[in-house]
Design a protein around this ligand. Structure first.
Ligand code: CMX
Length: 394
């Protein structure tokens, strides 16, 4: 078993100076995280395991890992699936609320309201119970969001709780002419790859901050989803596939011309670069491997394969860019599109669905485990009044 040890950061960052002010707390250590950490060479690790070792596991086993800090035995795995089935029953009333929401509202806003509604209808006011119940209820909520937002409200199949988490979503979605087995495979990998990413990313931080005031798991998670919905954060995966679609060719020379044009126009080359990683993100590599297996001839897959070669070459010409390689967002859109999830507006909701596991586990840790079970106090960073700040600088 690999332990969830504390990975020490740069101690010099504890010596705060005025240069750290108004930087969005970038890199300022504020706590410890028991579920995951990110390294420049191997990317995210969940409870000590590099993501490359977990990518092909089931979402259920990885949720178990995040909550128990060790992978399940076969028996534990079976028991945990049964536990999630029991927890997955959706309380009465959710569909009536979804029916009232504006169809052209962004799916992330639907997700946030859906989570809030689940809390109002079935919250237990218990950190662990609520976090696990919400994880178990997400597949049906996700499926219903698609069905109601698209006006496909007739003949929605009942929730088959005997199915795996991802299967319950595809069963609810019930798309015609779609290979559910391939969709389930892509979504399972997607969920595992996106479940957690350290403690300080905006949505996780926001969720834990809300929970620190003892709001419910559901309110905290809705806040986290609102944070995730921003184009600088989770919505980058929607932008990334829109970017791939704009390229419109897999011809290497054309792709290179396109990339150079974007840089000249001062636009980002989506799907490349990372704040921490200094190599290609293993989450990108895992999705490229999956794409090679299921859709090697898909036009968008061919485009991203060419981009994977061309963009790092072009981006490396700018010495300011610390990592010109592919990040997690490069491939997910092409795979989701291939399996029949064609509208990029929904892509961030899959990210949110996955993160409910990691954020939920981190909230449970902060509220019930840290400081010998006492929990982290209410978040209260200090802001210095402007005039006082200027006097300090003098
Ligand atoms: N396209 C264009 N410019 C890029 C770039 C890219 N892919 N990657 C980095 N740069 C630029 C930065 O904007 C920055 O410019 P300024 O100095 O003018 O601000 C400079 O190169 C140095 O950046 P960096 O230190 O290498 O990287 P940052 O930590 O500042 O930014 C990231 C990281 C992800 C925001 C950036 O690489 C980017 O904008 N990528 C494209 C958008 C994208 O794919 N987002 C999804 C990220 C997924 C993830 O985080 O896992």
């Amino acid at each position: 078993m690999v332990g969830c040890g504390f990975v020490s950061g740069d101690e010099s960052l504890l010596n705060l100076t005025t240069a750290h002010l108004n930087t969005g707390l970038r890199g300022v250590p504020v706590g410890t995280c028991r579920t995951s950490f990110v390294t420049p060479d191997e990317g995210v690790h969940y409870c000590g395991y590099p993501i490359s070792e977990l990518a092909m596991m089931s979402p259920e086993d990885v949720v178990f890992l995040l909550f128990h800090k060790e992978l399940p035995t076969l028996e534990q795995s079976v028991d945990f699936r049964e536990e999630l089935q029991t927890r997955g029953v959706i309380p009465e009333g959710l569909e009536q609320v979804l029916a009232t929401l504006p169809r052209d509202g962004h799916p992330m806003d639907w997700l946030s309201i859906g989570i809030h509604t689940l809390g109002m209808l079935g919250g237990q006011d218990d950190w662990r119970e609520d976090a696990l119940n919400l994880i178990a209820r997400m597949p049906r909520l996700m499926g219903l969001i698609f069905r109601y937002r698209e006006g496909r409200t007739d003949d929605i199949p009942s929730d088959d709780l005997s199915l795996p988490l991802v299967g319950r979503f595809t069963n609810t979605l019930d798309l015609n002419g779609i290979d559910n087995a391939v969709m389930n495979r892509v979504l399972s990998t997607y969920l595992v790859l996106h479940m957690d990413h350290g403690g300080g990313n905006l949505s996780t931080f926001a969720g834990k901050a809300v929970a620190s005031g003892h709001a419910t798991v559901y309110s905290s998670m809705a806040g986290a989803m609102n944070a995730l919905s921003g184009p600088l954060h989770g919505r980058a995966n929607q932008s990334c596939f829109e970017f791939v679609k704009r390229i419109g060719t897999s011809d290497p020379a054309e792709v290179e011309r396109f990339v150079r044009g974007e840089l000249e126009a001062k636009r980002p080359v989506f799907g490349f670069g990372h704040a921490v990683l200094r190599t290609e993100d293993p989450r990108a590599a895992a999705q490229f491997d999956l794409g090679q297996e299921i859709c090697p001839d898909d036009e968008y897959y061919r485009t991203i394969k060419v981009l994977r070669e061309v963009a790092p070459m072009v981006l490396s010409e700018n010495p300011k860019i610390q990592n010109p390689n592919a990040n997690v967002d490069i491939a997910s859109g092409a795979l989701l599109n291939f399996v029949g999830l064609r509208n990029p507006e929904y892509y961030t909701t899959f990210f949110g669905w996955a993160r409910v596991a990691g954020i939920g586990a981190q909230i449970v840790d902060e509220r019930t485990v840290m400081r010998n079970g006492k929990g982290i106090p209410i978040y209260r960073p200090k802001y210095i009044a402007e005039a006082q700040t200027l006097r300090h600088i003098d």
